[in-house]
Design a protein around this ligand. Structure first.
Ligand code: GCU
Length: 682
């Protein structure tokens, strides 16, 4: 195995273009380090590794040429006065994690400085500097000033202690609990390095469906070992807290958040953790959802639960990420409406180190969901985004689907909570309501497969998530462009067609799975492949028929005032658009409306014909992804080329499966023939 897949977007391929290579070599005659922390040593190692690989033997990392053009890197505190003078006001423009990359001339020599207010800022600067070379940019006149716009940029691993991964499709968990703490798999370092290179600064090691055992000394010792590996990369460790842990591992009779013994138990437990891990990040909690224990078991609410833990971690600067993915058997008229009333009326009551973690949409990580109505709706409560990177409802790691397109759609969605332009990204970065604590979580797609994500193309989703957590205003297009260059090739003949392929892939998936606002019609339990017919599960909202509501008259979930009235949870400007058949985007049509089979869409086609054509379009789009990829053999190593090729062929087969299954099933209700252009199911 060539292992190119293992190296992710840090390939550091040799710069073939001789004049560009010469430009780089001339600019980098000498490297000069300021500072000697572990983080700075990592930065130095990375520069040497990247530059020797990209520039070849002509690059010397040990040049003693004191008069050469120099790359200087180090934090402000370790720079000399005359270097700091070159930077003007730039330090005021960056935060603790930001960086500056600037060219300047002194005594006839051209220097480049990479700096920041902290060593971590310098490390981020180094990765971004290397990225310039990897993407073949000129480094002659640099003046880059950049800071992360979101504070907590975190991966959520849904990893269990037995190394299975809930909704994980890339092998087993990379955390080898059995051999920790003494055996430190080098992969932990590579994991930290990859995350730091995109600016991810936190990781939740275990599943939201939590096992209290992680909080016992036996496991905390292992967690501590991982935290020690990650620390110099700027990555904090977090854990999920099982709400009933005081009973399960603490020997108490209750987990009531207002009980004095329970309060004390969490205080002591927290102290114990911080004794081991002084920079421990805090807890994530899934409470009173899908059978998980929580404060409601004691007639308390989310505020009581979250504040209990927030009080325990506050003395250590820890935070509590309390999830809003709450869904229970109590309200089955419309699952999409459950979270809002459990949280929004409590705005202002959470302690200020609590952040509410909200999934991008109100159901569950569907190929397309309207943005969650809680975004923008809690001006006094920090709210963080939870995106799913692993593809639970999107063909697992088999289907090549570039998710930044989907993330961008949600981040750019306008909540109208403070008038036009109140986009979701602004609630997340704190600018909409002036919030101090900000965050974004991504449910990881990482496993112990050699290529990390089970499909080399899906590394792009890990990367893209990281980039958007750093800057939620980035475009999916720019992310695709840079990821392809870093990961495969700078050749235009590769970049242009493959970028196009990635950027269309999410819409293709929507088309062959859930066009026109359909959702949650995957087969139940595992969520792979179609299952719109499933109707026999004990809870109504576990059955796909609950979501599409197809009958002889029509199809779709009426969430307007004539139906569940979920639209009422949005700002009036948004609700009006969703309620109105004339103004709603057809992409969300069946999410909010139940319409007749012969309802006319804007293009004049009946709903049935349009739906059938969308399914066909999805299939055709995958066919064209294959055509594109088949022309890329000369730009990619054989291993990754073949991996992706085989996976695309499966995706094509399954796109047809989706089309045929859904059309045959829905046709029983529409009773209409397939329109011209749609292949007959075989
Ligand atoms: C989905 C998923 C579960 C997961 C849950 C959650 O429902 O299917 O496996 O536990 O989301 O986010 O808590």
């Amino acid at each position: 195995l060539a292992n190119d897949g293992y190296h992710l977007w840090l390939q550091y391929s040799y710069v073939e273009n001789a004049s560009l290579r010469q430009e780089y070599l001339t600019a980098l005659e000498k490297l000069s380090t300021s500072g000697n922390s572990e983080t700075i040593k990592i930065a130095s190692k990375e520069l040497n590794r990247g530059l020797s690989s990209m520039l070849g033997p002509e690059f010397s990392s040990t040049s003693t040429n004191n008069n050469g053009n120099t790359l200087i890197f180090g934090a402000k505190a370790n720079l000399s006065e005359d270097v700091i003078l070159q930077l003007g006001n730039a330090f005021n423009e960056i935060n603790e994690e930001g960086y500056i990359i600037k060219s300047y001339s002194l005594k006839g020599k051209n220097h480049i400085i990479i700096t920041g207010n902290s060593d971590i800022g310098v490390l981020y600067g180094v990765y971004n500097f290397l990225k310039l070379l990897q993407t073949n940019k000129s480094i002659e006149k640099l003046n880059i000033i950049d800071s992360p716009k979101i504070k907590v940029r975190i991966l959520n691993h849904w990893d269990n202690l037995d190394r299975t991964v809930e909704r994980g499709y890339a092998g087993f968990s990379i955390w080898d609990w059995h051999r920790l703490p003494d055996y430190l798999d080098p992969r932990y370092t590579d994991y930290a390095r990859a995350n730091a290179s995109v600016g991810i600064n936190g990781t939740v090691l275990n599943n939201v469906n939590a096992n209290a055992l992680i909080l016992t000394p036996q496991y905390l010792e292992k967690v501590e070992a991982l935290a020690n590996v990650f620390r110099p990369y700027g990555i904090k460790v977090y854990l999920t807290a099982r709400f009933s842990a005081p009973i399960e591992i603490g020997g108490l009779k209750t987990a009531d958040p207002l009980d004095a013994d329970v309060i004390n138990w969490w205080k002591e437990k927290t102290k114990e953790i911080y004794n081991r891990i002084p920079d421990f990040g805090g807890f994530v909690v899934k409470a009173n959802s899908e059978g998980q224990p929580g404060p409601q078991d004691y007639d308390r609410n989310h505020v009581d639960g979250a504040n209990l833990l927030a009080t325990a971690v506050a003395p250590f600067n820890g935070i509590i990420m309390w999830r809003a993915f709450v869904y229970s058997e109590h309200d089955t008229t419309d699952r999409a409406k459950q979270a809002y009333p459990e949280f929004v009326p409590y705005d202002g009551q959470f302690k200020d180190n609590v952040i509410i973690q909200v999934k991008n949409g109100a159901i569950d990580f569907q190929p397309r969901e309207p943005f969650h109505p809680m975004f923008g709706a809690m001006p006094k409560t920090p709210i963080m985004m939870e995106f799913q990177i692993t593809q639970e409802y999107l063909g697992f790691s088999t289907h090549t689907i570039f998710l930044p397109t989907m993330y961008e759609e949600t981040l750019q969605a306008d909540t109208y909570r403070k008038g036009k332009g109140s986009i979701v990204a602004k609630d997340l970065d704190g600018t909409l309501h002036n919030k101090r604590l900000t965050g974004m979580a991504g449910v990881s797609n990482i496993g112990n497969d050699i290529n990390w994500t089970g499909n080399p193309m899906l590394q792009a989703n890990w990367y893209g998530y990281g980039r958007l957590a750093w800057d939620p205003y980035l475009s999916a297009e720019s992310i695709a462009d840079e990821w392809l260059r870093l990961t495969f090739s700078n050749n235009k003949k590769f970049i242009e067609p493959v970028k196009e392929m990635l950027l269309n892939s999410r819409e293709a998936a929507v088309n062959y799975m859930t066009p026109l606002g359909l959702h949650h019609i995957m087969d139940t339990g595992h969520h792979y492949g179609p299952g719109p017919w499933v109707s026999n599960l004990s809870r109504p909202e576990w059955n796909p028929i609950y979501y599409h509501k197809a009958d002889s008259l029509g199809i779709g979930f009426d969430r307007t005032s004539t139906g569940s009235n979920a639209t009422e949870q949005y700002a009036p400007e948004v609700a009006n658009v969703f309620n109105d058949l004339n103004s709603i985007s057809e992409k969300n049509l069946l999410w909010f409306h139940h319409v007749p089979w012969d309802y006319k869409l804007k293009n004049g086609k009946t709903l049935w014909d349009a739906m059938a054509l969308k399914y066909q379009e999805g299939v055709d789009q995958v066919a064209s992804m294959i055509t594109t990829w088949n022309q890329m053999e000369s730009y990619v190593d054989a291993e990754r080329y073949n991996n992706i090729k085989m996976l695309l062929n499966i995706q094509y087969k399954e796109a047809k499966w989706w089309r045929d299954a859904c059309l045959l099933y829905f046709q029983q209700y529409s009773n209409m023939p397939l329109p011209e252009g749609v292949e007959k199911p075989t």
